[in-house]
Design a protein around this ligand. Structure first.
Ligand SMILES: *Cc1c(COP(=O)(O)O)cnc(C)c1O
Length: 229
């Protein structure tokens, strides 16, 4: 049972080491523990080891966990594909959404965000891998989407998210992450005020931190291998 706590410590050490190696400020990278497919008990164990921010991909599964663990006041990040008929429960139960890639979905999240809650923090998911990936807005369409999302009062546009195609080529991975960092810089040069680069998972977080990630989304390295359902 000590495994999750030990894994969490190991991941935090990796983050700290990579921050130092990249001459970045200690604490500049926030860890999102991706708990999809794992039960509420695993999330609780991780929370008791000090983790506050958790990432989920599937709406129904995540709502059950959020309800079970509400006394812990955790921070929940939705990181999976968003179906338009699921925008309401996402807007009502999460503090962050990393995977907005369409205007219409942003509009629906905005409309469903309860007035009693602060605006929903949003990242735009960008396709940094060209035709080898289908998810995310194309870099050429990013500015228009960002400008549209910025007008929505119940959303706060915080940054960009990407999932590069799986590869063992570290140099290629670094280029994908660098592209996301450059796109963020371009948006900020055009009047946006984005502070979040959500990039890096268990296998590529080191490269992502080297390229400027401010949030890494780590599942397997904390909770173990997911069983495919
Ligand atoms: C599952 C998932 C992760 C975590 O991946 P691991 O390889 O298990 O660390 C991160 N981001 C997204 C969007 C995911 O779907």
């Amino acid at each position: 049972m000590a495994t999750i706590a030990a894994n969490l410590q190991a991941v935090k050490s990796r983050i700290a080491a990579e921050e130092r190696a990249a001459a970045r400020q200690s604490g500049s990278v926030t860890l999102i523990a991706v708990s999809k497919t794992f039960p509420a008990a695993a999330v609780r164990e991780c929370a008791e080891a000090g983790q506050r921010a958790f990432g989920e991909n599937y709406v129904q599964e995540s709502l059950d966990k959020i309800e079970t663990l509400k006394a812990l006041a955790l921070e929940w990040h939705f990181i999976g594909p968003i179906q338009s008929n699921k925008t309401r429960p996402i807007a009502e139960n999460f503090q962050w959404v990393h995977s907005v890639e369409r205007d219409r979905i942003a509009q629906r999240l905005n409309d469903a965000r309860p007035a009693a809650l602060p605006p929903l923090n949003v990242c735009l998911q960008v396709n940094v891998s060209g035709e080898t990936s289908k998810s995310g807005v194309a870099p050429g369409e990013l500015l228009a989407l960002a400008n549209a999302v910025r007008t929505l009062p119940r959303l706060t546009l915080r940054g960009l998210m990407a999932i590069p195609e799986p590869t063992t080529d570290s140099a290629l991975r670094r280029r994908r992450f660098a592209l996301l960092r450059e796109l963020l810089g371009e948006l900020n040069a055009r009047g946006h005020a984005l502070d979040t680069l959500s990039m890096g998972m268990s296998d590529d977080m080191d490269d992502a931190i080297a390229e400027g990630a401010t949030m890494v989304r780590v599942g397997t390295a904390i909770f173990g291998t997911r069983v495919k359902t």
